[in-house]
Design a protein around this ligand. Structure first.
Ligand code: TYD
Length: 205
């Protein structure tokens, strides 16, 4: 099973994912918890180019291609092998982040971003995608409170974050079969419980 988590900045997904992994392991499942670029050296190198604050001249399509390239290498080296071994793969961000950020928010046609990503992933879709939905004002305030170091994409204007949120919600409607929208303003414990229940139900199917 391939499970992905998506959402805007400061949605709390990374913290929740760690707890969910612990629960799965406790219940005896073999789990790979990963996030793009997944610790694979080639993906890491590509990712550093994307997020480097000095690369303000980066073209929109270059960014799309680089994210897709990093994603593919991560699939080849980590995700596909783990799925083949029968593991549950839990990934913090995946293809939907490109559709929402590069497509929805940066005004490239979502279909074009999708095409590049279908080539990169050879149509590898998640079985479930949890969208941690939250007002960007709240998410960004959380980040600043936690003093996390901002990267190039965190520093975008509020309008950008609003577009990201709208794009994710549109994707959730479009891909109803795999999307679950989570109200990320709830407490972390509540969210973890809710997500875990859904995963267990899906495993038993
Ligand atoms: P990440 O380091 O995963 O941060 P977060 O803690 O917010 O999940 O992602 C860094 C930034 O990259 C984040 O602003 C989302 C953005 N991003 C894209 O724009 N497109 C993509 O395909 C992915 C995976 C991430």
């Amino acid at each position: 099973m391939f499970i992905t988590f998506e959402g805007g900045e400061g949605s709390g997904k990374s913290t929740a994912i760690k707890k969910i992994k612990e629960l799965l392991v406790k219940d005896g499942y073999d789990v790979l918890l990963t996030r793009e670029p997944g610790g694979t050296p080639i993906s890491e190198d590509i990712r550093n180019v994307i997020l480097d604050k000095k690369n303000t001249a980066m073209d929109k399509r270059t960014e799309i291609l680089l994210f897709a390239a990093s994603r593919r290498q991560h699939l080849v080296q980590k995700i596909w092998p783990a799925l083949k071994e029968g593991k549950i793969v839990v990934c913090d961000r995946y293809l939907d982040s490109s559709l929402a950020y590069q497509g929805g928010a940066r005004n490239t046609k979502v279909e074009d971003v999708l095409k590049v990503n279908l080539f990169a992933t050879e149509n590898t879709w998640p079985d479930i995608t949890f969208l941690f939905d939250l007002k960007p004002e709240i998410g960004l305030a959380r980040i600043h409170k936690n003093h996390r170091v901002d990267d190039r994409l965190d520093n975008e204007k509020m309008d950008f974050h609003l577009k990201v949120r709208a794009a994710f919600l549109k994707l959730a409607k479009q891909y109803k079969n795999r999307y679950v929208v989570i109200d990320a303003s709830k407490s972390s414990d509540e969210i973890v419980k809710e997500v875990y229940k859904i995963i267990k139900k899906k495993i038993k199917k």
